[in-house]
Design a protein around this ligand. Structure first.
Ligand SMILES: [Zn+2]
Length: 366
């Protein structure tokens, strides 16, 4: 793994009242430019030379995920796999009949991170095609922990959610509807190959350099093509939406700082480098998007700081943070995001928190 926290970069000219992690370049960058391709669900689309985007359906608000197919002289490789549903499997069955992929051997299944929409069908593809699965060690560890049938999600989450003020009846409702990891994710093969973050990977007749990120997941893999012109970004840098940065039990307690630190690894890319994201439309202007994401988190942090005139719990912040009432299935992610922003502000010395006699934590401006 790369060091968890890089130092804040000294080169950004617009300071933030929140501190050096949020400095932006604002107007110094060209605007983000979307790729013109019209992408249909289930139809492989050659988005860059030798790189096919395959859009798979998702049964929740994100609606779809982009995975990438890389044909080779004697086979092909894939980066990410979709969630395990009948609809995703049906798309893959059509890919196996597609003229570019039919009759060719799937050689490698690379997974960017452990979230179900990315890893879901890796085990199924491995079994069906006899191809190895490759992942970073940190992501494999979490995937193994989440897939453990003995895992008790309720026992795991209750202390954190209690501490941050989630009412017991709301928590009960969340537990009732929480999808199980093992339902969305096919069992992985017994052997999964480690990705060495310091060594380029051969995929689709090219070399791809790993760019490791934290904050959204612990050891997230993005891949930069050897000519520097294509980045398979995973969820680390997304256009139009920002990746969920949340505190989960047993995980990174300051994932926002980890995320902002790893974003610096993405700000040096050329404006001509094509970002191939896991969700939404491919785009040019990765450095611009990095800056926009920083500005987004800065705005959220300033909103929280302003609200912290009186002591508040993480749960009480949700309407302020999101500017609307969250749908039921959004509350877990939303609360995790709120805690991530609050912990960040506390570590930066801008908020202080204390526990009451019920073990409930409240934050207030210093
Ligand atoms: Zn993800």
């Amino acid at each position: 793994m790369q060091p968890l926290h890089d130092a804040p970069s000294p080169t950004r000219p617009t300071p933030s009242p929140i501190g050096p992690w949020l400095w932006t370049r604002r107007d110094a960058l060209p605007p983000l430019r979307y790729h013109a391709a019209r992408i249909e669900i289930g139809v492989p689309h050659e988005i860059a030379e030798g790189v096919f985007l395959l859009r798979l359906p998702l049964p929740f608000a994100l609606k779809h995920i982009n995975v990438y197919l890389l044909p080779e002289a004697d086979g092909w490789s894939v980066v990410d796999t979709g969630i395990d549903t009948e609809a995703s499997r049906a798309v893959w069955e059509r890919v196996f009949q597609h003229p570019r992929f039919a009759g060719r051997t799937l050689r490698r299944i690379v997974v960017t991170h452990h979230h179900p929409d990315h890893i879901g069908l890796a085990g199924w593809l491995a079994e069906r095609c006899g191809a190895p699965v490759l992942m970073t060690r940190g992501e494999l560890e979490v995937a193994g922990r989440y897939a453990d049938p003995a895992r008790d999600v309720v026992a795991e989450r209750t202390p954190l959610w209690n501490e941050h003020g989630l009412p017991a009846d709301v928590a009960q409702g969340l537990y009732r509807h929480m999808p199980r990891y093992g339902v969305q994710v096919c069992a992985l093969p017994a052997q999964v190959a480690d990705i060495d973050p310091t060594r380029p990977l051969a995929l689709g007749e090219r070399w791809w350099t790993p760019v490791i990120g934290q904050g959204h997941s612990p050891d997230h893999l993005s891949l930069l093509r050897d000519d520097g012109q294509v980045l398979i970004g995973g969820d680390q840098v997304l256009p139009e939406i920002t990746p969920n940065i949340a505190v989960w039990p047993g995980g990174d307690q300051n994932p926002l700082r980890s995320y902002l630190a790893s974003l610096q690894r993405f700000e040096g890319f050329d404006a001509s480098t094509l970002l191939l994201p896991s969700h939404r439309q491919p785009a040019y202007g990765i450095a611009t998007r990095v800056d926009e994401i920083r500005a987004h988190h800065e705005e959220r942090l300033l909103t929280l700081l302003q609200a912290c005139e009186r002591p508040m719990t993480g749960y009480e912040f949700l309407p302020t943070l999101f500017g609307r009432a969250l749908r039921h299935e959004e509350i877990g992610f939303g609360l995790g995001e709120a805690i991530a922003h609050l912990n960040f502000l506390e570590d930066e010395g801008l908020l202080a928190s204390s526990l009451d006699s019920h073990g409930c934590r409240r934050f207030m401006r210093t």
